[in-house]
Design a binder for this molecule. Sequence first.
Ligand SMILES: Cc1cc2nc3c(=O)[nH]c(=O)nc-3n(C[C@H](O)[C@H](O)[C@H](O)COP(=O)(O)OP(=O)(O)OC[C@H]3O[C@@H](n4cnc5c(N)ncnc54)[C@H](O)[C@@H]3O)c2cc1C
Length: 364
Amino acid sequence: MRIAIAGGGLGGLTLARILRRHDIDAVVYEREADRFARTQGGLLDLHPESGQHALEKAGLTDRFRAEARPEGEEHRILDPAGRILVHHRPEPGDFSGRPEIDRGVLRDILLDSLPGNAVAWRHRIVEATPRLGGGFRLTFDDGRGADCDVLVGADGARSVVRPLLTDAPLSAVAVLAELTAHDADRRHPELAALVGPGNLWCVGANRILAAQHQGSGDLRVGVTLRADERHLHSYGSKRALLEQFDGWAPGLTALIEAADGPPVVRRIEAMPAGTRWAHRPGLTLVGDAAHLMPPVGEGANQAMLDGAELAAAFATDPGSAIKTYEEAMFARIGPIAAMSARVQAMMLSPTAADEIVHFFAPTR
Ligand SMILES: Cc1cc2nc3c(=O)[nH]c(=O)nc-3n(C[C@H](O)[C@H](O)[C@H](O)COP(=O)(O)OP(=O)(O)OC[C@H]3O[C@@H](n4cnc5c(N)ncnc54)[C@H](O)[C@@H]3O)c2cc1C
């Protein structure tokens, strides 16, 4: 049985790793040139029941613990005046919660656990077509092709494989502008202290100014605004972003001013919560390809759990694996996607600060 995995993100690599532990071969087709092709983004907190569980099934818990930063779980939520609304401090060295890890480091742990030929780099899939008699033909952007018996779409938010199973639409849920203040520990120690070892969220009406402390000492700064029809270009400079925070404490907006280079702006999209599809032999989806959700801390965790559960199903009974996986995945993801949509709407509401305080301390 030739298994092709479209996409070498966290979902696809977790699947490939656990399949291999069960002596099942799979090829991961990844569009990027190599593991260094781009920086992988910010911190992820891995949840015990999903991301950490998947790593355990992958036999990678020790590596994860060696690289993770439990102290990165610390988070602070401030209002626009800089007053602390919530301050969560984990116990030192405590792995029982949701320790943070740099996304690039996590991807490297998974890549290092696979043989060199498991990932076919520079293979951007442009089309997947069913073959007469079963299986799929993959066509790559340079004209090459490959056949497989089973195709798993792990190719993220704009999956090429997804339309073979569902025409669920994507809708914009927010605009995100990202910036980086490099070497902040040394160059901007006051901002590094403001953010602390983990995450900072400054929450105002319909907008969030957030920052993450990377293991490298950089600060990743993110501005989240409500999705609107404005051209993304209109948020494309630091000055345009600062205009969104008129009246906020200068000590907070200094996060934007300190960043190096202009913001990278994109729309954040989601699929409808509860998306499912009719089972089709030899074909399925994991991760964002299956259930793109607003980014409130579940997507990568669920992508990894998808990979772990699909691999386990293949190891148990290849004939019924996809059906077994999909039924369990649909039941698991439905409520999580609905919760993610609610939290995203709450975070960008006019009364977000009050609602967040209530969310973290319901009795106050
Ligand atoms: C700003 C932001 C913050 C987030 N924070 C968190 C968080 O704190 N915790 C959390 O759990 N989740 C978080 N998420 C969600 C998380 O990033 C995703 O859910 C997760 O990366 C999904 O993993 P994946 O493997 O399905 O897809 P991806 O990580 O997107 O990987 C897909 C892979 O497929 C490759 N690919 C795409 N198209 C093709 C093609 N045509 N051919 C070949 N290869 C292809 C890509 O290059 C990529 O390597 C966040 C998301 C955003 C946007």
